[in-house]
Design a protein around this ligand. Structure first.
Ligand code: EPU
Length: 337
């Protein structure tokens, strides 16, 4: 177990922001976390559970303890017919898991290629892209209950998954240290090619549909649109795509025929926040060192030495403009601390 005092998280958040915490605790062992929970008083509001740090915006120092689980390992734990259950350590880099699944002919996460972050964060955020989300394949989540100092296994129903959301962001915030996630993958792929430009990308490359071809197409699309965190530190989509009543969406569509719109089964519709932001005139613009990516307006970038507050100010200005133009409030996808 590694314990650091008064630690700077700059290397641990993809926005590259300076943020100090009282303690930083890293371990690759589940037993360490049980022991930690048993030995120290860790009130939920004094804990920050950190994965790849790709979804945080720090606006001030964190007056508490950052827990950084680095539990490794990928293991097939069960096989039945075409289904294969794979248990993956929370500290495994998400895309290493996706690459492993694709290499082993296991389907279910290929559209989620190149999403930054660690596996342990995937149930929290219910990461998603191109018509797939982690919740489609998560079978169960192993964790340490911090107050009870014991190991627990949580079923998929317990997790209350929704679009970029789960119970771990609400009632169970800071209740559990997620240590491993078991995914149910499939030897037979059910390709999802119709969201975004995956099919067009495959056709353009003249490739047969396969797990690897889909993974590579997703990687090409993402690399073309999303900024490299090493060049422009960022946290991927800054806002969620707003979900509005279908009637409201239809009214907007009549006024703005080019507006992208995804009808959902429950009578609501999802709008493209990136489109709304671009229409509000923000694409490629900046306020100080905080900028809006010029190829995807949903992504805010640190253009140099931006502070968290500078990025929040930009986000607030964007929210205001979008609201004034479209009467729609954008909600951040990123956790602002
Ligand atoms: N659009 C614009 N201008 C922009 C950006 C987008 O007009 O600046 C339009 C696009 O042309 C398209 C629509 O908006 O018609 C949707 O854009 P895109 O396909 O790029 O996806 P998105 O809705 O902006 C979501 C996820 C991404 C994920 C992609 C692909 C959210 C908040 N974001 O973005 O996730 O990669 O779909 O599935 O749901 C992330 O969460 O960090 C992330 C990158």
């Amino acid at each position: 177990m590694r314990i650091e005092k008064d630690f700077n998280l700059r290397q641990y958040n993809t926005f590259g922001l300076d943020c100090r915490c009282n303690y930083f605790i890293e371990s690759g062992s589940v037993d360490d976390f049980v022991e930690l929970a048993a030995s120290y008083d860790l009130p939920p509001e004094k804990i920050l559970l950190l994965g790849g740090g790709s979804n945080f915006l720090f606006t001030e120092d964190f007056d508490g303890t950052v827990i950084y689980p680095m539990i490794q390992g990928m293991e097939v734990v069960r096989e039945e017919g075409e289904q294969v259950w794979v248990k993956v350590g929370a500290g495994v880099v998400w895309d290493d898991f996706v690459a492993w699944a694709v290499d082993n002919g296991l389907a279910g996460v290929e559209n989620l290629s190149l999403i930054p972050g660690h596996v342990g964060a995937s149930p929290v955020q219910n990461v998603g892209a191109y018509g797939m989300e982690a919740a489609d394949t998560i079978y169960e989540v192993e964790a340490v209950d911090i107050q009870a100092a014991e190991r627990v296994t949580l079923g998929v129903v317990d997790c209350c998954f929704a679009y970029r959301d789960s119970i771990f962001k609400h009632q169970w915030k800071n209740k559990y240290i997620i240590t491993a996630v078991t995914f149910r993958l499939n030897k037979k792929a059910d390709f999802k090619l119709d969201y975004g430009s995956i099919r067009a990308e495959l056709e353009q490359a003249g490739e047969e549909v396969s797990l690897l071809a889909v993974r590579q197409a997703v990687i090409r699309i993402r690399e073309a649109k999303l900024p490299d965190v090493n060049v422009y530190p960022n946290a991927g989509s800054f806002f969620k795509n707003p979900v509005v009543p279908a009637t409201l969406a239809q009214e907007m569509k009549e006024k703005y025929p080019a507006m992208p719109l995804y009808a959902l089964e429950d009578g609501t519709a999802k709008l493209a926040a990136g489109w709304l932001i671009e229409q509000a005139g923000w694409k490629g613009k900046a306020l100080g060192q905080a900028g809006v990516h010029d190829k995807q307006a949903l992504v805010l970038i640190n253009k140099g030495n931006a502070t968290g507050l500078e990025i929040v100010r930009l986000a607030n200005e964007i929210k205001k403009s979008v609201f004034l133009k479209f009467n729609v409030w954008l909600e951040p996808e990123v956790n602002v601390l």
